[in-house]
Design a protein around this ligand. Structure first.
Ligand code: 8X3
Length: 272
């Protein structure tokens, strides 16, 4: 007997099968590396035009050149520091005409700085995390939401973390910032109800990017984090984001928790 595998897609009640991303416009913050960069490549492959932001201008320009060469899309790069309120809001204002057409906002910029018990943590590290992970995300989202409301459509994807659900030792403030991202995502969904704007909070566990290098400020210690286990890759997370974006318009993936198979919780990692 021959078994023929067939994918059957059931139509949603509005008759939509999937959201076609081709020709849409997405803004990705922190697009110079890791999950942000992986999202840029995966969205480019779908034919999405991109606005990429980050602090490392050379990297942004290299990514733009490569993506425009490989794919039939336009890429605009904005080189700025999201934690500087005035600079960020002024720059966004300058690009308002383009941003009026924005379909997708991926709030990816952020990270962990330092790892230490609460009373031994550097206050400067706390400030960096609060400024980027929370305040930076708020500034840009505050600017974009009225524009999405105006055109009655949009999808905001926030990069949360399992640290936004479970708090672990030596990470209280990083965990607090990711709890804030979860709360902001929930608040946005409540306040945007009826506006046809989707809000998704993506919550990954261990992903091997520059994340641990920035957290530990030490290459050896950063490598130790993933020793003997297979962590998630930036592409794994970008695929989850892409999948959320492609759901039919009436489907909103509110939250997605993704762990490596060898991580059961923020406390349990299996190492060979
Ligand atoms: C990254 C995941 O577990 O290192 O946000 O905090 S974890």
């Amino acid at each position: 007997m021959t078994i023929i595998s067939q994918k059957i897609y059931l139509k949603g009640h509005k008759g939509e099968i999937m959201t076609d991303l081709k020709g849409q416009l997405a803004l990705i913050t922190g697009a110079t590396s890791g999950i942000g960069k992986a999202c840029a490549y995966q969205l480019a492959q779908e034919g999405v035009n991109l606005i990429l932001t980050g602090r490392r201008e050379q990297r942004l320009l290299e990514i733009k050149a490569e993506l425009e060469k490989k794919f039939a899309i336009n890429v605009c790069v904005l080189n700025f520091d999201l934690s500087e309120k005035e600079g960020t809001l002024n720059l966004l204002e300058d690009y308002k005409d383009q941003l009026l057409n924005l379909d997708i906002l991926i709030n990816n910029a952020g990270g962990a700085h330092g790892v230490a018990p609460f009373d031994q943590s550097a206050i400067e590290d706390w400030e960096i995390m609060i400024d980027i992970n929370i305040k930076g995300l708020l500034y840009i989202t505050r600017f974009i939401v009225p524009l999405m409301k105006e055109k009655k459509s949009g999808h905001i994807v926030n990069l949360g973390s399992v640290a936004g659900r479970w708090v672990y030792p030596n990470g209280s403030v990083y965990c607090a910032t990711k709890h804030a991202v979860k709360a902001i995502s929930e608040g946005l969904r409540a306040d945007l109800l009826g506006q046809n704007i989707r809000v998704t909070n993506i919550e990954p566990g261990m992903v091997e990017t520059e994340f641990s290098l920035i957290r530990f400020k030490d290459e050896e210690k950063a490598k130790e984090v993933y020793k003997g286990m297979t962590p998630l890759s930036a592409n794994d997370i970008a695929e989850c984001i892409l999948w959320s974006l492609k759901r039919p318009g009436h489907v909103n993936i509110q939250e997605m928790v993704i762990f490596p198979t060898e991580q059961a919780s923020v406390y349990q990692v299996h190492r060979n």
